[in-house]
Design a protein around this ligand. Structure first.
Ligand code: THU
Length: 125
């Protein structure tokens, strides 16, 4: 992609638009995630639920798994924008994928943090 890199606000707007495509018939809680790769591309994900509840996947996990399937690798991701505060498991996904920063809505606020800030003292093998 050429031109100006996306701002955090623009990336969050893409996450908002993606959230409308969530498949969340059980919780009715729609989540969208837009990940900005270092090459300028944006990969989006939504939460996808299942009648067997634990099988559902979070929007962040869906976006990052999709990016990996498209050929991206850990370290290729600059920013992830999410429509809600990421759960603990998704914070671990960000750490695994070397996402540099996360931007998300929490109540009425927009929060911006590094992954080291949202998941300190990370587990490593
Ligand atoms: N959810 C996400 O997609 N991401 C998170 O970080 C938190 C929770 C989804 C899972 C489930 O489909 C719904 O939100 C309610 O928990």
């Amino acid at each position: 992609m050429t031109g100006q890199p996306l701002s955090d606000a623009e990336l969050l707007a893409l996450a908002d638009a993606a959230a409308e495509r969530a498949y969340a018939p059980y919780s009715r809680f729609h989540v969208g995630c837009a990940v900005l790769a270092r090459d300028g591309r944006v990969i989006e994900g939504v939460n996808v639920e299942n009648a067997s509840y634990p099988l559902g996947v979070c929007a962040e996990e869906a976006a990052l798994a999709r990016a990996i399937a498209e050929g991206y690798r850990p370290g290729d991701f600059a920013v992830a924008a999410i429509t809600a505060s990421p759960c603990g498991g998704c914070r671990q996904w960000f750490a695994e994928m070397g996402v540099e920063r996360v931007v998300f809505r929490n109540g009425g606020r927009v929060v911006e943090m590094t992954v080291d800030e949202i998941l300190p003292e990370q587990f490593e093998l």
